[in-house]
Design a protein around this ligand. Structure first.
Ligand SMILES: NC(=O)c1ccc[n+]([C@@H]2O[C@H](COP(=O)([O-])OP(=O)(O)OC[C@H]3O[C@@H](n4cnc5c(N)ncnc54)[C@H](O)[C@@H]3O)[C@@H](O)[C@H]2O)c1
Length: 340
């Protein structure tokens, strides 16, 4: 198969390229990244086997010409919540308008099928667990709002232009190549960095809140199943939204306990109230953000659990990698790349 992966220097994009090449050494992969959040090192072992184009998707036609792809996997986005909150215009341009550039390119080049990375964050505020894909959605934070608008845009393009789009509503993802270095790395990257450096981790909660975590290899299998299923569709025009989660929520404290056991070290923890979570990003904000502290508190303490029936029934997919096994792989990798 011939893939275009956007955001290929990101966590998901680079892992996907590597997984495809491992399973299908003859697959052709073209990747674009503007390096706003990507790392070149993530591609170092595969860069000779892919075509990597550094550039912004806003210029996709100029960067690629008119090449047809069997599958376009659209990973590029601004993912950190505070980044989106800080500049909602930029968040909308990068997370919504860029989808327009990708879909228009797909149509112009005769590439019919797109896997789009949405997010389980769009279920913000729900009290229905496990959360099914068909519940009504009412977001208040900018990042999930951009993902939901993008889904609606893609659904319209499927109806009006015959594209096929699978929107993957990804819950908390983790894996060896996750981000350890950005100012606000996701939880597991943050815990591992502090554990390995023997530094104090600041946690803004009791740690009892539970989230649904999914290991990268399980996600990659879901992406490949989705791409192949769309390719085998005789006609276009189909939009599907599917959850990507393990279906088994786990608490922050349980993750810390596993990491401590695996590493034989104890994590130093300072706990602060959830409502203060974004205070640590003060330097990110050029202007005060008029955001209710209750919204922040609710976001930090939120419970998530994906309903996984749809992925099982439509794609024959279930998550297989257990937390212990996945965290062990992360720890081994992190110990190699995090400087003490
Ligand atoms: N990692 C998670 O836990 C998670 C959870 C839910 C959803 N998602 C979504 O999955 C997708 C992949 O996530 P990730 O963890 O790999 O994110 P990431 O930040 O590691 O990767 C995104 C990549 O896109 C690139 N990019 C951004 N805008 C671009 C543009 N205009 N042109 C070219 N490149 C651009 C960035 O440089 C980065 O390398 C994102 O859409 C994200 O919103 C991620």
């Amino acid at each position: 198969m011939n893939y275009l992966i956007t955001g290929i220097a990101g966590f998901v994009g680079s892992s996907l390229a590597r997984a495809i090449l491992t399973k299908h050494p003859k697959a052709r992969i073209t990747g674009i990244d503007n390096m706003s959040f990507g790392y070149r090192e993530r591609l170092s072992d595969i860069v000779d086997r892919i075509e990597f184009i550094e550039g912004d998707l806003v210029d996709i036609e100029r960067l690629l010409g008119r090449r047809r792809f069997d599958s376009i996997v659209h990973c590029a986005a601004i993912a950190p919540l505070p980044e989106c909150q800080r500049d909602s215009y930029r968040a909308l341009s990068q997370n919504v308008a860029i989808c327009g550039a990708v879909a228009d390119y797909a149509l112009a080049s005769g590439s019919r099928d797109i896997v789009f990375f949405s997010s389980g964050a769009i279920y913000e505020g729900t009290a229905q667990f496990p959360t099914r894909e068909d519940i009504s959605i009412a977001t208040s934070l900018i990042y999930p709002t951009t993902k939901y608008i993008a889904e609606q845009y893609f659904e319209a393009m499927c109806r009006s232009h015959g594209l096929n789009v699978t929107a993957i509503r990804l819950f908390n993802l983790y894996g060896p190549h996750q981000d350890y270095f950005r100012k606000q790395p996701p939880l597991i990257g943050y815990l591992l960095t502090n554990l390995i450096r023997d530094q104090q981790a600041v946690l803004f909660s009791s740690g009892e809140q539970c989230r649904d975590y999914i290991y990268i290899d399980d996600l990659l299998e879901l992406v490949q199943l989705s791409a192949v299923k769309m390719m085998n569709e005789l006609t276009g025009g189909k939009f599907v939204a599917v959850n990507a989660g393990s279906g088994e929520p786990v608490s922050v404290n349980a993750i810390i306990e596993i990491l401590e056991t695996l590493s034989g070290r104890q994590l130093k923890i300072e706990r602060r109230p959830a409502a203060q979570y974004w205070d640590k990003y003060n330097e990110l904000f050029d202007r005060p953000i008029a955001l209710d502290r209750i919204v922040i508190e609710r976001e930090v303490n939120k419970h998530t659990q994906a309903a996984i029936t749809k992925a099982r029934e439509e794609l024959g997919w279930v998550a297989k990698v257990g937390l212990q096994e996945g965290l062990n792989a992360c720890l081994n990798h992190a110990q190699r790349i995090i400087l003490l």
